[in-house]
Design a protein around this ligand. Structure first.
Ligand code: NAD
Ligand SMILES: O=C(O)C(=O)C[C@@H](O)[C@H](O)[C@H](O)COP(=O)(O)O
Ligand code: ZN
Length: 369
């Protein structure tokens, strides 16, 4: 088992990565349980597949889990979802000093974290991530949010969890498509900041996706360590360091919006497409070679993720995708900084990008064969 610290003044916390952690959840989280009742917000699939182990752990400790079920899918990260959850938390008598547990993927983690950030102006929460994506990325770092019709994660807050238990056994039931989507956020850490980890991904990515225990353990622990370092350096994305974690997301969120935040394009798939576009756009700007852009694309394609936006059969042009980008949270007085590559393993923020040029670039990609 690995324990990674997220070092933040006054609210540092641990991320445990290992097998069968849910069976020991009560003892690992005992500091955060003050009452007999333990409120658990659960993704419907995660509860069905892994809820019993969690419940048994609390039962054995003399605690009583009370469950709030969240329907699977991005649609639950919504105003309606937030209203239903916060009203349930009030009905359960959750107080500011209490902790709510979030069992599931990034959807449940982001929704529960946001609900906890506003309930009575803030209560605690513990992340129990059960997807690869949520173990390597969304459960760590305190970004919480819901989507609106205007775009992705536009209503949210920074609110750090008190503890993260990433039980890698839960990934054994995760469909391959979801493993691939989570893997996009794994290889992201290599592309943005660590050439050696990118090369590890080139060699081991398929073992991760195939649920190989050793490869999964290494991928999750190394990803969490990378994210913890970045979050500790720039918790609220103000210095430009944390913004690098958005590699591929400016393009990806626009594609998610255009596909209606639906099963047509999972978040990780949008990030995969977005990272390929960011690499190609970096080559267009003369920062990296076409060969390096192709290497990024091949590594992503090799894991079975999409790499061509033509595969989405979009009925829009580049200007429409750029319109979605105008809602990006990085927009700053009319300019949108893009996360581009100086080399594989060295991302940077380019503040000189013209959105008109991005639209032209996307028109080319929408026509590519
Ligand atoms: N807060 C952050 O820093 C951050 C980072 C990355 C992504 N995100 C957000 O995370 C969300 C995506 O998260 P996700 O990829 O985990 O998706 P998700 O939460 O929708 O889960 C994916 C699917 O897996 C199912 N599932 C969950 N655990 C399972 C298990 N163990 N076995 C079988 N099925 C299981 C779910 O029911 C769902 O159908 C997006 O909304 C994205 O914006 C947030
Ligand atoms: O933690 C971060 O910072 C990230 O950017 C991680 C991303 O993978 C994640 O999808 C995040 O939710 C995107 O943030 P947003 O600020 O663009 O909504
Ligand atoms: Zn992401």
């Amino acid at each position: 088992m690995a324990v990674i610290n997220v070092e933040l003044a006054g609210r540092s916390y641990q991320v445990h990565v290992g097998q069968d952690l849910l069976s020991n959840a009560a003892s690992l989280s005992h500091r955060f349980i003050r009452k007999t009742i333990v409120p658990i917000v659960a993704d419907s699939n995660a509860r069905e597949l892994h809820g019993d182990r969690l419940a048994a752990s609390f039962d054995a400790a003399g605690k009583t889990p009370v469950w709030f079920d969240v329907a699977s899918g991005e649609g639950s990260k919504s105003w309606d979802g937030l209203q239903a959850l916060t009203e349930w938390m009030l009905a359960q008598g959750v107080e500011r000093g209490d902790h709510v547990f979030a069992l599931g993927g990034g959807v449940v983690g982001d929704l529960t974290g946001f609900a906890c950030s506003i309930l009575k102006r803030g209560c605690g929460f513990v992340q129990l991530p059960t997807t690869l994506l949520s173990q390597v990325d969304s459960s760590v770092g305190g970004k919480t949010a819901i989507n609106t019709s205007a775009g992705k994660n536009l209503i949210g807050a920074f609110h750090q969890p008190s503890l993260v238990l990433a039980d890698t056994d839960t990934l054994k039931t995760l469909p391959v498509r979801e493993m691939q989507a989570g893997y996009a956020e794994v290889i992201k850490y290599g592309i943005l900041g660590d050439l050696e980890f990118f090369e590890w991904c080139e060699a081991n990515g398929n073992e991760v996706i195939a649920h190989d225990d050793i490869a999964v353990a290494e991928a999750v622990a190394r990803s969490v360590a990378a994210k913890a370092r970045i979050v500790a350096a720039d918790e609220r994305e103000t210095s430009g360091v944390r913004a690098l974690l958005n590699l591929g997301h400016t393009f990806g969120h626009a594609l998610e919006a255009e596909t209606g935040f639906s099963n047509r394009l999972l978040h990780g798939e949008g990030v995969a497409l977005g990272m390929v576009l960011a690499a190609q756009y970096s080559a267009r700007r003369g920062y990296i070679s076409a060969t390096d852009a192709d290497r990024v694309k091949s590594a992503i394609a090799g894991s079975g993720l999409p790499t061509e936006i033509t595969s989405l059969n979009l009925k829009c042009d580049g200007a429409k995708l750029v319109d979605h980008m105008r809602h990006d949270k990085k927009m700053d007085a009319g300019t949108l900084p893009f996360i581009l590559l100086r080399s594989i393993g060295a991302a940077f923020l380019d503040h000189e990008v013209s959105l008109d040029d991005v639209a032209l670039f996307l028109n080319d990609r929408l026509l590519a064969t």
